[in-house]
Design a protein around this ligand. Structure first.
Ligand code: AP5
Ligand code: MG
Ligand code: ZN
Length: 210
């Protein structure tokens, strides 16, 4: 049966970084609510206008907006064999809504201590061509400013990647998202990996779960 995977973890845990590998292993498309919301903000859609204020201040976008977005995404043909959710669900209400529309086979939590998060987020940049994720110190491009994967030269930094907003995102994570760990543990779906080690080692731990 078509089943989906949930990538779970605090901001900067490495969800986006690890997603590519999981997509190659499983063939399931990545569904990142953060990326979908950023696309809506850039396009200036009604959704983007509504979401921008929440995102810029590091708060969660309201559940009904996110659930609507996911319901629509799951009707697309590439989702029939399940997807890789990145950054969704983030509240118990989102997980409950998801349980009615898709089967989740595993929740992979990337665990990273808070103390590591700010340095990860503040050094992040992303390829504007293919979305590959880099870091000034921990994962730079081989040639400065040139994407290793697609050769594009327009590297982007996110509007919410600053120290003040990161602290609010972490607070939102602890208050609203981390309770989901117990919710999924109770359903025997939760597996944690150590995200506080090299990118390749995190990838190996994740691959062993798939
Ligand atoms: P979203 O885009 O999901 O952001 P996030 O959860 O804060 O997570 P990030 O994308 O910041 O981190 P990541 O875990 O993907 O880390 P990455 O791989 O990039 O959400 C943004 C906003 O949208 C939210 O604040 C909210 O407003 C809204 N939103 C989205 N989904 C929502 C939902 N479901 N409900 C409500 N609101 C929602 O890595 C980070 C950096 O670390 C990179 O530079 C990377 O190179 C580096 N790095 C990665 N792994 C390692 C490693 N092992 N060692 C060293 N460096 C590493
Ligand atoms: Mg991400
Ligand atoms: Zn690229």
């Amino acid at each position: 049966m078509a089943s989906s995977i949930v990538l779970f973890g605090p901001p900067g845990a490495g969800k986006g970084t690890q997603a590519g590998n999981i997509v190659s292993i499983t063939g399931k498309p990545q569904v990142s609510t953060g990326d979908m919301l950023r696309a809506a903000v850039s396009a200036g859609t009604e959704l983007g206008v509504e979401a921008k204020g929440y995102m810029d201040s590091g708060q969660l976008v309201p559940d009904e907006v996110i659930i609507g977005l996911i319901e629509e995404r799951l009707t697309q043909s590439d989702a029939v064999n399940g997807v890789l959710f990145d950054g969704f669900p983030r509240t118990v209400a989102q997980a409950e809504a998801l349980s009615h529309i898709a089967e989740v086979s595993i929740v992979i939590a990337i665990e990273v201590p808070d103390a590591r998060i700010v340095e990860r987020i503040c050094g992040r940049y992303t390829c504007g061509g293919c979305g590959a994720v880099y870091h000034d110190t921990f994962n730079p491009t081989t040639n400065p400013g040139v994407c290793d994967h697609c050769g594009h030269t327009d590297m982007k930094r996110r509007a919410d990647d600053n120290e003040g907003t990161v602290r609010n995102r972490l607070e939102a994570y602890h208050a609203q998202t981390s309770p989901l760990a117990a919710w999924y543990r109770k359903r025997d779906l939760f597996s944690a990996v150590n995200g506080d080690q090299g990118i390749d080692l995190v990838g190996e731990e994740i691959a062993a779960l798939l």
